[in-house]
Design a protein around this ligand. Sequence first.
Ligand code: CA
Length: 222
Amino acid sequence: MRLLLVEDHVPLADELMAGLNRQGYAVDWLADGRDALHQGSTEPYDLIILDLGLPGVPGLDVLAQWRAAGLATPVLILTARGSWAERIEGLKAGADDYLTKPFHPEELHLRIQALLRRSHGQANQPTLKAAGLHLDEGRQCVTRDGAEVQLTAAEFRLLRYFMLHPEQILSKSHLAEHLYDGETERDSNVLEVHVNHLRRKLGKSVIETRRGQGYLFGGQAR
Ligand code: CA
């Protein structure tokens, strides 16, 4: 999953980026409201974390303009402590959730996880379930037929994306756009290697190749 973080306080942004990367998210970071306005509506983000106090264009205006333009991406806003007016304005402008500064990184991670599942029509349960697999996002491991299977960081990122998009044909370029941040070079051969590793670990039929179209996860009912 690829996230956009819009936060002008550099030490906080650094800390959040590091934590989100550890949680297996690809993250692009912006510090200015003008840049966010443009990039948030042109790049295919799965979720956006938006600070409201921003240089350039205030976060509330950024959010209102995104929504007016039809952007449906889940947005979690970061608001100042004790400012209930800001939270209400944010929710009215189209925020899906909010966190009040300061917050514990774990709370941010759990809210992101819940928002992403909800936006993909999945209930927020202890594990993510699809195609007979249970993915523990906190521990980054998967259970299949009652047996726990260990995943590398790259396999976890890919499997989580598949499990949030079951029975959908996903092209390699689509997957690359959602698994890597804007700075990382996208190599579809690497993606193919990870798909093969997942097949070896979880069974060949779990990810089908649709020639000329891409991959289909969970297409065969188990
Ligand atoms: Ca700020």
